[in-house]
Ligand binder design. Structure first.
Ligand code: T5A
Ligand code: NA
Length: 215
């Protein structure tokens, strides 16, 4: 008698890191690599500037509009919640989803503003219940190396004070977080890509693909 195969879900892989660390370049390379291997894969990024909420975020980041710190924080979070269900559906159907920035960027950039009523703890609350990554890759890069890749751009947060605080806060949260792979993103694009491929293969081999995605 043949037994029905249990449905294998996809993995949720988050790529985080400092500005100019090469997150988007690496997400694209990972998507192409997995898809060449025959794995169904989808690449999404946050903020998703195309939705109505995303347009408010885009205008804020470009400096064309002002938002209260708490208010913009909740919009970034809402921008994730508006696609949470579709991420879960993709994963359940067997597709691996690669996410370019996620809740970690969400809490770190907001808490880095040092607003007295916007603590890391406060910032985490609206993220609770979002799909939980199976693997988080953190791309670390020195300020000097990042500057070689174009220096600061024109967007909000692209300044020395913010970037220094962001760097410290990322270190604080990733020191006590499980399931994080720290990657030296100062190496060449191909070296970083192959390190990421190794970490992703390890995660997929270890995870129980018959158990549902965490929250
Ligand atoms: N934010 C975001 C919040 O405040 N709250 C939130 O909840 C979220 C989700 C926009 C801002 O929003 C904040 C954080 C940000 O300040 P964004 O749109 O992701 O976030 O920012 P981007 O400007 O698109 O991305 P980054 O500047 O962070 O760049 P990436 O994606 O890390 O780097 P990438 O791949 O674009 O590469 C940058 C340059 O370096 C080169 C590339 O070719 C490119 O020119 N490069 C390399 N050069 C040499 N060696 C390598 N290994 C290289 N890898 C890439
Ligand atoms: Na990017």
């Amino acid at each position: 008698a043949t037994q029905a195969q249990p449905t294998r879900r996809g993995a949720l892989i988050v790529v985080e890191g400092l500005d100019r660390a090469g997150k988007s370049s690496q997400c694209e390379k990972l998507r192409d690599y997995l898809s060449q291997q025959g794995s169904p894969v989808k690449y999404i990024r946050f903020p998703d500037r195309t939705t109505p909420i995303g347009k408010l975020i885009d205008s804020y980041l470009r400096g064309s509009s002002h938002q209260d710190d708490h208010s913009i924080h909740l919009l970034f979070s809402a921008n994730r919640w508006e696609v949470a269900k579709s991420i879960e559906e993709e994963i359940a159907s067997g597709t691996t989803v690669i996410v370019d920035r996620y809740s970690y960027s969400g809490v770190v950039y907001s808490a880095a503003k040092a607003n007295p009523t916007l603590s890391l703890e406060w910032a985490w609350q609206p993220e609770i219940g979002l799909p939980r990554p199976d693997l988080c890759l953190f791309l670390g890069i020195s300020p000097e190396e990042a500057a070689k890749r174009g220096g600061f751009g024109a967007e909000r947060y692209e300044n020395e004070t913010m970037q220094t605080r962001v760097r410290e806060l990322f270190r604080t949260i990733f020191e006590k977080q499980n399931g994080v792979s720290i990657i030296d993103a100062g190496k060449s694009i191909d070296e970083v890509a192959s390190e990421i491929q190794g970490a992703v293969a390890g995660c997929i081999a270890r995870m129980d693909a018959t158990a549902p995605l965490g929250k």
